[in-house]
Design a protein around this ligand. Structure first.
Ligand SMILES: Cc1cc2nc3c(=O)[nH]c(=O)nc-3n(C[C@H](O)[C@H](O)[C@H](O)COP(=O)(O)O)c2cc1C
Length: 200
């Protein structure tokens, strides 16, 4: 497409994503916040929450979470995932569709142990999204976990680790004057990326 260069778009949309992300990350408050949608088959409805974008490995997008959480259960029922980034100052949005797989335990462990100790403890003690009586109970759990591992490393829990999103579709959106927004849709077809300009 003739005008891709004007929008720093490339043949490979991952290159464009990284370019847009790096620019946003220099000027935005929280460029790492990524909306993540899954499908809840039990309740028969979509489910969205924000997670932290943690970079790229092998052309796949990384995030970390609890493997027993609702999102992880939804992803084991259906590995289809939708991601959304909105960068207010940059006036840009990126939407991604892909399929997820679990990161190797070795790679999850190496990231887990790179985090500060308090974050490791918080991940260790949390039964994510389950009900807890009050904040005091949570603080008690924290203290008990601190005591349990005093002087020792926090082990990577079985129920915590990374997910990798392999994208097959990207949409780049840039606000335009008079609502004439620029939108470019990349779709992976027969192992090749095809790109189209979309109407606003
Ligand atoms: C900006 C932001 C970043 C977040 N990052 C993460 C994250 O990286 N991993 C995570 O498990 N939860 C993260 N959370 C919490 C999730 O939004 C969510 O509350 C939690 O993962 C439970 O989701 P679930 O019940 O759908 O599984 C973040 C919340 C916010 C507001």
């Amino acid at each position: 497409m003739d005008d891709l260069l004007n929008y720093s778009l490339n043949e490979n949309p991952l290159t464009s994503f990284l370019d847009w992300f790096d620019k946003a990350n220099n000027i935005e408050q929280n460029a790492l916040a990524m909306a993540v949608s899954t499908y809840d088959h039990e309740k028969n409805r979509p489910n969205t929450r924000y997670l932290l974008y943690k970079g790229i490995a092998d052309n796949k997008i990384i995030f970390y979470t609890n493997y027993l959480s609702p999102k992880a259960k939804e992803l084991s029922d259906n590995p289809e995932i939708a991601l959304g980034f909105y960068w207010h100052v940059s006036k840009k949005q990126v939407r991604i569709h892909g399929k997820v797989s679990k990161m190797s335990r070795e790679d999850s462990a190496s990231y887990f142990h790179s985090r500060d100790r308090e974050s490791q403890i918080a991940s260790y003690l949390s039964h994510q999204s389950e009900v807890i009586k009050d904040k005091a109970s949570l603080l008690e759990k924290f203290k008990a976990t601190v005591d349990l591992f005093e002087g020792k490393p926090i082990p990577l829990p079985e129920y915590w680790g990374g997910f990798l999103v392999e994208p097959y579709e990207y949409e780049f959106f840039l606000y335009g004057d008079n609502r004439l927004n620029d939108r470019f849709l990349y779709q992976l077809k027969n192992h090749k990326w095809e790109v189209d300009r979309l109407q606003p």
